[in-house]
Design a protein around this ligand. Structure first.
Ligand code: ZN
Length: 172
């Protein structure tokens, strides 16, 4: 069994902790994604200056030290340009930002960005097609946990339909 990774962004409020059920989901995520190697580049750096900039943002820190701000916002989201391997490598941190409450006052709840990445192109979603069975099961467990434990935040951001769609895509 893979060890559970320690999440240590330096902008996480002091004293934040997961409950047992969340910790169980994160164990599945860590077992499935922790072994994925860090790519040399997260994006296609030859594509354009924006891809180069996003690559630098994601390379600035080890994955478990990434900050909420490193993940941008809907209009500037480095994951749009990140390879599936890059997303898989970062998933232990991304899952924590997705499952954390809306903690960062200057940025929206991260889960909205993750909902897009998990549902873009519906059943043809690129992550769905590149993740293996254990990785897909971990994502499905994260989605199921969110629908129950973050129902209020999901309603606040009006993203019920996105997360229901994510559930139907990933739970099959
Ligand atoms: Zn580009």
């Amino acid at each position: 069994m893979a060890k559970t990774l320690t999440w240590q962004p330096d902008d996480l409020p002091q004293g934040f902790a997961w409950d047992a059920e969340a910790a169980q989901v994160l164990r599945l995520v860590d077992e499935a994604f922790a072994p994925i190697e860090r790519p040399v580049h997260f994006t296609n750096v030859d594509h354009c200056s924006e891809c180069r900039e996003h690559d630098e943002e994601l390379k600035a820190r080890p994955r478990m030290a990434l900050r909420r701000a490193d993940l941008g916002h809907e209009g500037w989201d480095p994951l749009y340009y990140t390879s599936a391997q890059g997303v898989a490598h970062l998933m232990p941190a991304l899952a924590r930002f997705t499952m954390a409450p809306d903690l960062w006052p200057d940025l929206d709840w991260y889960a909205g960005q993750m909902a897009f990445h998990l549902t873009h192109d519906g059943p043809d979603n690129r992550l769905l097609h590149s993740f293996d069975a254990a990785q897909k099961a971990a994502i499905a467990a994260m989605i199921a946990w969110l629908l129950v434990n973050r129902a209020e935040a999901i309603a606040h951001y009006g993203s019920q339909d996105d997360w229901r769609q994510a559930a139907s895509i990933w739970q099959n």
